[in-house]
Design a protein around this ligand. Structure first.
Ligand code: ADP
Ligand code: ZN
Ligand code: ZN
Length: 761
């Protein structure tokens, strides 16, 4: 049971009730207040309140009912207002906030502000529509009397009598040409009633779902799916905490398993959070999910939560959940904080996605927070992926999580055939660097003639400044850290940004001697041009960050592609998520290496995930699919294991190497970034600090650095960094924060801590 709940309501039998309030906006401690008589029913733990601080009123959250003893009661101020008559933070969210504040070394107020959306804190104008309906039926005599005395009122009564539902007050009065006074008299007399109904804005329906509405009939689960549904269902029934990892190959029908589990929870009256990566919130998936979910529990609303909501929509969705009007939310990362009552299930789809990690304060990981919240709420957490993160995989192998596997595609459709194209040979044959290999172009011609469709992916990790040989594929790695070294243009040197080892950038490949060694990157535009050159008749569309930002444009493109008006879709891997195009039989991955040669120990894992996910887009319909992977390093483990769709083989090999270097999931990493205008000063203070950390922690923390960050200067701010490697975060993080707070930092130096960073660049 969460610590806050031990304090019962019995403590304010005496004539004063005192609560602890955590103020927002820059405060990091709990203040105590008296609760006036009339607010006692609503000033419960988790309530959003306004309290006087100095001379201003500020927002805060009630975090404890305090024992009245030990407070100078006369000196305490009183709470001024309770913003909503129900808690803004459900019982499990407050202890979750404390856990996050500690674990992510983030201020409590920043966490509460993340949990309660700005629109809710501001209490943005709620659109209320007043509605009228009959409260007491009049008998014949009463009606006659009323008709004589007040004919207008009688007319209103008669009109309402003919209605089966409450009707909007403004509409009725307008229609009957009367003023509000007639209605008010009838209300006073108790004959009719007025209710304020919130109008729920539902922009999603209007702006996204149009033309994409998919009415789907639930398929009958196959044996594997049924087994998974049954075993997870057993856990759900127990109403205790457990975590499941569903490892299901692409197209194995994981969504069906989620939906059946959700159905079970909704039918038994519980609440559900369904998390998907932001980019997967495409109109297609959302309307599909929504229509299925709303069909499960008719009349039940499913709240959709994503970054493009307006303030009003966000508030409406939040209110629907907080009041219990809706019991299910589908959304991106921050939906993990939805005020769901009686939470029994959290689903995290594509749990391996780095998008679950927030890259600004508080830097939390949506998946890890989901597991923690499930624990605090005694709920079940279901993580699903075709390529689980190694963190989750290790948790499953070591039995901390239950594992459920879906090994075959539904209807036993074949996995696509993966062709690995060795670009070294292409470059030699075509005498220079080329975007599209001969083999890929031939395959594209074939597919176009057969009136089938093609997706070409490029790797969005193309920004990384690494040097790769285009002849042999060699990329310089640090001998101590086994990560790619980073190219620094300013001094033409390459550095390991973990341990700081550095050397001059090679002019010839150290492996084969070729001068064709350079840092590369490629945009969607370049690929589009290349396709136009070789296949002029193809109808091509491009999807990249620009198009992703215009939601209507994206919808148009995807819908045209579905209708067959486009032959080739070129985009970053973000378009692959959750899309299901039956006529796509060919997928090309233009540059598989870009995600491999980045200075991050997760580079292999990301490449493997990318390859499997991309391959999963081909052959989803009745026709089988082909995938072409262009690479300079065809022998690398990510490519070889993904070619044979061997996740376990890859994961085991990768874990062995992670263990050897002490990388996650065997240890946790904490990243410490320092910024300042003066490089010497920055270097000096960071090394002083590192000395201090080493003195204090000894071998409880392994410190790497300080080193310049891979991007060592942004807007005249120099950047240095330190890495801490620890077996567990909890035993050290509080001490580290205290030490940091006590250290004498110069005024122009800023810094931030990132616990469990998901990218090392
Ligand atoms: P995954 O998320 O595992 O890649 P999906 O859940 O997207 O797979 O399912 C892929 C497709 O298979 C969807 O179109 C879905 O409707 C369909 N499907 C799922 N289960 C079944 C089933 N038992 N029989 C037939 N089709 C199914
Ligand atoms: Zn070489
Ligand atoms: Zn190194």
């Amino acid at each position: 049971m969460p610590p806050f709940l031990h304090v019962g309501h019995g403590l304010f039998i005496s004539d004063s009730m005192i609560v602890g309030v955590h103020p927002l906006a820059g405060f990091d401690k709990v203040l105590h207040y008296k609760v006036p008589e009339e607010l006692r029913a609503t000033a419960v733990v988790g309530a959003l309140v306004r309290v006087p601080i100095m001379s201003a009123l500020r927002l805060g959250v009630v975090c404890e009912i305090a024992p009245p003893k030990g407070f100078p009661i006369d000196k305490l101020k009183s709470i001024s207002q309770v913003v909503y008559p129900f808690p803004a933070l459900t019982e499990d969210l407050l202890p979750l906030a404390s856990w996050m504040a500690n674990y992510y070394a983030a201020p409590m107020d920043s966490i509460i502000e993340t949990m309660i959306p700005a629109a809710v804190r501001r209490g943005a104008a709620i659109k209320i529509q007043k509605q009228l309906s009959i409260l007491k039926e009049l008998n014949k005599q009463e009606l006659e009397k009323l008709t004589k005395r007040a004919p207008q009122q009688a007319k209103l009564y008669a009109f309402l009598k003919t209605q089966t539902h409450p009707v909007a007050k403004a509409v009725v009065l307008n229609r009957l040409h009367m003023t509000a006074s007639s209605a008010d008299s009838l209300i006073k007399a108790g004959v009719i009633q007025e209710e304020g109904l919130r109008i729920v804005r539902d922009a999603y329906e209007e702006s996204w779902a149009v033309g994409e509405k998919v009415i789907e009939i639930a398929p009958t689960p196959n044996l594997e799916q049924q087994k998974s549904i049954d075993e997870i269902g057993e856990s759900v029934k127990k109403k205790s905490f457990s975590t499941w990892l569903i490892h299901g190959v692409t197209g194995s029908g994981k969504t069906e398993v989620y939906l059946k589990t959700i159905e079970q929870v909704l039918k038994s009256g519980g609440g559900v959070i369904f998390l998907v990566p932001e980019v997967a919130l495409t109109p297609q998936t959302v309307s599909r999910l929504r229509s299925r979910l709303e069909a499960i529990a008719p009349g039940h609303k499913c709240v959709v939560w994503h970054s493009a909501l307006s303030e009003g929509e966000r508030l409406d969705g939040w209110l629907a959940l907080a009041t219990g009007e809706a019991r299910i939310v589908v959304g991106a990362r921050s939906a993990v904080f939805a005020p769901i009552r009686d939470l029994r299930l959290i689903v995290v789809d594509e749990e391996h996605e780095p998008a679950y990690k927030q890259d600004e304060t508080p830097r939390y990981h949506g998946r890890d927070v989901a597991v923690m919240r499930a624990k605090l709420a005694c709920a079940v957490c279901v993580l699903g992926s075709a390529t689980p993160s190694l963190e989750s995989y290790l948790n499953a192998v070591s039995k901390r999580y239950h594992l459920s596997e879906l090994k075959s595609r539904v209807d036993s459709r074949k996995l696509p055939h993966i062709h690995v194209v060795d670009m070294k040979i292409e470059v030699a044959r075509q005498r220079g660097f080329t975007t599209l290999s001969r083999k890929l172009v031939d395959a594209m011609q074939d597919r176009l003639s057969a009136k089938e469709q093609i997706i070409l992916f490029i790797n969005r990790r193309g920004y990384s400044p690494s040097v790769v040989c285009t002849k042999c594929g060699h990329a310089e790695e640090c001998t101590h850290c086994s990560i790619t070294m980073t190219y620094h243009r300013s001094d033409e040197r390459i550095r390991c940004h973990l341990c700081g080892e550095e050397k001059a950038s090679p002019v010839r490949c150290p492996s084969c001697g070729s001068p064709e060694i350079r840092s590369r990157g490629m945009g969607t535009q370049r690929v589009e041009e290349a396709v136009r050159r070789v296949i002029p008749r193809a109808r091509i569309a491009r999807v990249d960050t620009d198009t992703m930002n215009k939601k209507h444009r994206l919808r148009e493109i995807l819908s045209d592609f579905r209708l067959g008006k486009i032959d080739v879709l070129v985009g970053t891997q973000m378009i692959g998520k959750g899309l299901d195009f039956p006529n796509v039989t060919l997928v090309g991955l233009i540059d598989a290496d870009l995600s491999m040669h980045i200075p991050d120990f997760r580079a292999n894992e990301r490449t493997f995930q990318l390859l499997v996910q991309v391959a999963g887009r081909a052959g989803r319909g009745a026709k089988s699919g082909d995938v072409f992977v262009q690479t300079f390093t065809p022998a690398s483990s990510a490519i070889q294991f993904s070619r044979h769709a061997n996740y376990n083989g890859f994961a085991d090999a990768e874990l062995t190497s992670r263990k050897c270097f002490g990388y996650p999931p065997y240890r946790h990493i904490i990243h410490h970034l320092f910024k300042g205008p003066n490089p010497e000063k920055l270097a000096f203070f960071t090394s002083q600090w590192v000395k201090r950390v080493k003195e204090k922690f000894g071998d409880r923390i392994e410190v790497k650095g300080p080193t310049p960050a891979p991007i060592d200067k942004i807007k005249d701010q120099y950047r240095w960094q330190v890495w801490y490697f620890v077996p567990n975060v909890t035993p050290v993080i509080a001490e580290l924060s205290t030490l940091r707070a006590a250290f004498q930092w110069p005024g122009d130096l800023t810094q931030s801590l990132d616990v469990d960073p998901s990218n090392l660049v």
